[in-house]
Design a protein around this ligand. Structure first.
Ligand SMILES: [Ca+2]
Length: 612
């Protein structure tokens, strides 16, 4: 490396590293004040699963406690959709799920018309890194907006995971939380000229709850306190809740319970103070806390701790037995509330407790305002910097909650709701005739008494219904996303000609090696030379599922020369019951069927093809 440093470069280096002020140059001073950003996100960590809250007397999280002690703790922080992928996209874009397009897990990335805050920061001169769990479209490849990328496909694995660093995929030995921390530390310590923005988004504490080996035996004598709303009988609540709790909510369970009797109230269960899943969940957090400690120590060592805006949160809450549930998704408090801590001494007094209701969609505009970067017009949240500064500002009094039914989990319906400081209203728009829910959080913080059918609260119910309509309109719920042009490359990804079938294997003439395995049929003379006759039972299978043949990863074109003998049959099919496509003949007419999330779209040719 050259030791020769130009004057300009030297100035840039000084500016970025906080020494600019000694030169007395205005430009450097302005740049010096741009803070670094460190955004640590966990997965499924409930709002009060932190040592200092005292919820679990045996749980120690000294480093997270330090963030709260030396910074701000938001006591009322929420997600607008309590599900991993939609919430992650909301953090990144400042938009509701109905706007950014990520409504379910592992199906798609953020709509390309919506910028993320790292993209904006990168353009504004920040060095950006994403290290951790992305969990939107199920590929591990780098996404736009990041100078450094270290991630994995979908949920990833806790032990010896497959990782992707800047496009290169490999397996690495170790425990996920520790590996992500090591990558983060290495990246942080790199020499750099300007401010950085690091997203360290852990896989922990998502299930399957897998603590680091060193924490497997933690909490040997601990007793889990029973939540006050463990004994929810669901009496007076919507039927779907009791049906799901009684029969199960996954597709098969839900379908099998169709029409079966649903009890008016569920019997109370027995609390297990040594619930192994809950204990492992808490043990999994211990490595995260250590990670926070290591990152804080590294920043301190680098002299960057107080110049770094550190934000810690979780992508959604989690039921640990409340309402006798695990998981999230519902609009009950345990599911929608998240931990939110901010440490940044230049702006935030230590030990501040903030009561205002802030949302995951507020994070993007907050970070952009902090960095002095433009806030895109698409942003629906609001910067909470004024709250951090301790300013008295007019703040939101209510907000919209939304959840979209997932294909594999039909037992949790689409929901819409309003949360105010005191009230909560929930509606199930796809379940006509289903009860609504109304809770007075002041008198009933554990949401056990549904007031929606109580005439004494009719006025309140009416007001909240009206507020929901207002919020839906304000946020553009139900408005279509802008259409995007996807350029499909005319690329030959598979080419079977059947002139060289050997031992039931068909060579792929495209050169991509997608050899096919042939079942049934017989050689025949086609119009374009040797062909294969498919009799309705014969088929060619592509045994491996290479990425080049996965339309979720890369669009491609499928074409073929067929000379049908009969007028019914499948030409090409891919996927399964909820996602997939098929090109087939029905009464000689080519049809193309596409199924996404269980919804079917069908294209039909204007006329039948000539038969042989
Ligand atoms: Ca999650």
């Amino acid at each position: 490396m050259s030791r020769k440093v130009t004057r300009r470069r030297a100035l840039q280096q000084l500016a970025g590293w906080g020494a600019g002020a000694v030169l007395g140059l205005g430009r450097c001073e302005a740049q010096r004040q741009r803070p670094n950003i460190l955004f640590i996100l966990t997965d499924d960590q409930a709002w009060n699963v932190l040592g200092f809250t005292g919820r679990f007397p045996f749980l120690r999280t000294p480093h997270l406690d330090r963030l709260a002690r030396e910074g701000a703790h938001f006591l009322n922080a929420f997600v607008t959709t309590s599900l991993c992928s939609p919430s992650r996209a909301s953090f990144l874009t400042g938009c509701y799920a109905h706007r950014h397009g990520v409504r379910a897990n592992e199906q798609r990335d953020i709509h390309p018309s919506i910028p993320t805050f790292p993209q904006v920061l990168q353009k504004a001169g920040y060095e950006t890194a994403f290290i951790g769990k992305w969990h939107m479209r199920p590929v591990s490849d780098p996404r736009p907006g990041f100078d450094e990328w270290l991630s994995f496909r979908g949920q990833g694995e806790y032990v010896n995971p497959t990782l992707n660093q800047n496009g290169r995929e490999f397996q690495q030995e170790g425990y996920m939380t520790d590996l992500l921390t090591d990558y983060a530390l290495r990246w942080l310590r790199r020499p750099r000229r300007g401010p950085f923005c690091l997203l360290l988004w852990h896989k922990a504490v998502h299930g399957p709850f897998t603590p680091a080996p060193r924490h497997q035996n933690a909490f040997a004598d601990a007793e889990l306190p029973k939540p006050p709303n463990f004994d929810d009988t669901f009496a007076g609540k919507p039927r779907w809740l009791r049906r799901g709790a009684f029969y199960g909510q996954r597709r098969e369970q839900w379908e099998q319970s169709e029409g079966k009797p649903i009890p008016d109230a569920l019997p109370v269960g027995e609390w297990n103070p040594r619930n192994p899943a809950h204990l492992n969940y808490l043990r999994t957090l211990l490595a995260v806390d250590e990670s926070v400690g290591q990152v804080l120590a590294a920043l301190e060592e680098m002299g960057q701790l107080d110049n770094t805006f550190i934000l810690f949160s979780s992508d959604n809450g989690f039921f640990l037995g409340e309402h006798r549930r695990g998981d999230k998704r519902l609009m009950y408090e345990e599911s929608i509330r998240i931990p939110l801590l901010v440490r940044y001494p230049p702006l935030v007094r230590s030990g501040v407790r903030i009561e205002e209701m802030v949302l995951n969609i507020d994070v993007a505009p907050t970070l952009l305002e902090l960095a002095g970067a433009p806030i895109p017009k698409t942003v629906q949240g609001r910067s909470f910097l004024p709250l951090l500064r301790g300013e008295k500002v007019e703040w939101r009094r209510s907000w919209l909650y939304e959840y979209f039914q997932e294909d594999w989990l039909p037992g949790v319906p689409t929901m819409l709701g309003v949360r105010t400081e005191r009230w909560k209203y929930i509606r199930y728009p796809d379940l006509p005739g289903e009860l609504e829910e109304l809770y007075d959080l002041e008198k009933d913080p554990y949401e056990l008494r549904n007031l929606a059918a109580d005439p004494a609260y009719a006025e309140q119910l009416k007001a909240l219904r009206g507020e929901l309509e207002r919020l839906l309109k304000e946020t553009g719920y139900g408005e279509p996303l802008p259409r995007i042009e996807v350029k499909v490359p005319l690329e030959l990804v598979l080419h079977y000609t059947f002139d060289q079938v050997k031992q039931g294997r068909v060579r792929d003439a495209s050169g991509r090696g997608h050899e096919g395995v042939l079942t049934g049929g017989r050689p025949a003379q086609g119009r374009r030379g040797l062909a294969w006759a498919f009799d309705g039972h014969a088929f060619v299978e592509v045994p491996q599922r290479p990425a080049t043949l996965s339309p979720e990863i890369k669009p491609f074109t499928v074409g073929g020369w067929c000379w049908p003998e009969a007028n019914e049959g499948v030409l090409v099919a891919h996927g399964g019951r909820s996602h997939g496509y098929a090109l087939y003949l029905r009464r000689g007419v080519p049809h193309f069927a596409l199924r996404i999330g269980g919804n079917l779209a069908l294209l039909k040719a204007p006329q039948a093809v000539p038969l042989k």
